[in-house]
Design a protein around this ligand. Structure first.
Ligand code: CTP
Length: 494
């Protein structure tokens, strides 16, 4: 354990830190800012949250800070010795310096009061074991007992203790290691990688909500592939996301090979991270080809095919969203995008008709922009000529979509003649017939036979209504006759 001390300046939130330090001095307590705040100071990143380790009772100290600095939103967890509050828009969290011991089957620690060094030692990674003094005698000085500064410089993720112990104590840290690698573009030390693999079964004691949260954190960073590749390498993915492992591998037959769908997926997710902050869209990028392994077929003379993978993927995505305990809207969103993700590609290269474009816009509804982003990110070919041609065609399609949309105002589309009016004009009550007439109007608009406006749709309704109504009356007559025959037949039999 090296107890190196360095000074950092300038420090963000210096005024608050000084004020809290003065309170600590008056109370004769040593207080340190720790964890993510100090790490991000060194990386010159913004933070809106500061964690403190307090030499005495953390919640009691938090109450003093609240009184003296006019804080608000105080929340106290007496049994964990922690309290949080907000001062000048900054979230402050105070923890009593503590040691944690873990029971084998639980992530819940047994907490015992201790000093700053033991507190730092029980933390996850050396980059998170730096403590910044805020008392008068050590203000701005960094306490670095585990070589965190050196690891920051080397961009390395390492644990302060034997990694098997750090991961076994709290297995969520296995995912946090991959997450910090993605978040900071750091490398995970090889010994830590081996331990992640050794301890991976321990993840089974972690709740699904926590696992899902970390997976989405990996997705939220600029290069999610970094984290997912580490999870693959350590076989952690086999436990937390087995469907992604099914995408791994290239098969060669004759001169044909299909590309490794996992590697392709990684490129798609990184591409999406460049163009969208939307977590749902990045998640769909991760699972858009999830149906491929199930439908993969080798066709003599053609090569590998994946017909219908979007439909199988749509079904699988429902199961995955449920398992990951994602909100319902994630499930619906994923299903829709996966179902449609091949459609724009199929339109490219054909003579694209207005009606095909209209159908796509209507089916995707307000998700059309995200669908197009997904399809653009899906272009990962290594052949620059092919990519260029493809992107040009893609631009052409997007322009055509704009034209059709401007012309037809087709997004969030439904018949401009509404159900009420159809009932009134046709003299019918609510029922399936109203829906049928409405769909016929919509169909004619999508086919481009009728303009997407009220008067044109109304005129069209007038031309079809008599035929449809008389056909339905005839059908109703036949049905009722058949019903009475059937009844007669039954009565004979009884
Ligand atoms: N910590 C830990 N083990 C965990 C979670 C957290 O040791 N499973 C420690 C780390 O020292 C971490 C601190 O608690 O720095 C605060 O945790 P958290 O707020 O989750 O992470 P930050 O490091 O602050 O980073 P970020 O806010 O970017 O998640």
């Amino acid at each position: 354990m090296t107890n190196r001390v360095k000074k950092i300046c300038p420090i963000s939130h210096e005024k608050i830190l000084k004020q809290i330090g003065q309170i600590a001095d008056r109370e004769k307590i040593s207080v340190y800012a720790v964890g993510g705040y100090v790490r991000d100071q060194i990386l010159k990143k913004e933070t809106k949250e500061i964690d403190f380790v307090v030499g005495e009772n953390g919640p009691l100290f938090a109450k003093k800070v609240k009184q003296q600095l006019h804080g608000h939103g105080l929340v106290v967890y007496e049994q964990f010795g922690t309290a949080s509050l907000i001062v000048d828009d900054v979230k402050l969290e105070f923890v009593t310096a503590r040691e944690e011991r873990y029971e084998k089957e639980s992530r819940k620690p047994i907490i015992e009061k201790s000093d700053i060094l033991s507190d730092l030692e029980r933390r996850d990674f050396t980059i998170n074991t730096l403590a910044l003094g805020i008392n008068k005698d050590n203000f701005g000085k960094i306490l670095d007992p585990f070589g965190g500064l050196k690891d920051m410089k080397a961009k390395t993720i390492r644990t302060p203790l034997d990694p098997d112990r750090t991961f076994s104590d709290d297995p969520l840290r296995i995912l946090r290691a991959a997450r910090f690698a993605s978040q900071l573009s750091f490398r995970v030390n090889p010994q830590i990688i081996r331990s992640m693999e050794n301890q991976r079964e321990r993840l089974k004691i972690v709740s699904q909500e926590r696992i899902t949260d970390e997976l989405f954190r990996i997705l939220s960073h600029p290069r999610p592939s970094v984290g997912f590749q580490i999870l693959k390498q350590t076989h952690v993915l086999d436990i937390v996301f087995p469907e992604l492992i099914d995408l791994v591998g290239i098969e060669q037959r004759d001169t044909y090979h299909h590309k490794d769908v996992f590697e392709h997926t990684m490129k798609v997710v990184d591409n999406l991270a460049r163009i969208s902050d939307n977590p749902r869209l990045r998640f769909v990028g991760l699972i858009h080809d999830i149906g491929k392994p199930r439908v993969k077929q080798f066709v003599e003379g053609t090569g590998w095919t994946f017909h219908g993978h979007e439909l199988v993927g749509e079904r699988l995505s429902k199961k995955i969203c449920n398992r990951l305990k994602l909100p319902k809207e994630y499930r619906k969103y994923s299903q829709k995008l996966i179902h449609l993700h091949m459609r724009p590609i199929q339109l490219i290269g054909e003579e694209v008709t207005d009606s095909a474009i209209r159908r796509l816009i209507v089916q995707a509804g307000e998700k059309i922009d995200d669908l197009m982003k997904l399809c653009r990110a899906d272009i990962t070919s290594g052949n620059p000529k092919w990519v260029k041609r493809y992107l040009n065609n893609f631009e052409y399609l997007i322009n055509r979509m704009k034209e059709v949309e401007e012309k037809d105002r087709i997004r969030a589309f439904q018949s401009p003649v509404r159900g009420e009016e159809i009932m009134e004009v046709c003299g019918i009550g609510p029922g399936p017939l109203v829906g049928k007439l409405k769909s016929m109007i919509e169909e004619a608009i999508l086919e481009g036979q009728v303009k997407n406006e009220h008067d044109a749709a109304y005129r069209y309704l007038m031309t079809i209504k008599d035929d449809v109504l008389s056909h339905c009356n005839e059908k109703a007559d036949t049905d009722s006759k058949m019903g009475s025959h059937a009844q007669q037949g039954n009565s004979h039999g009884v």
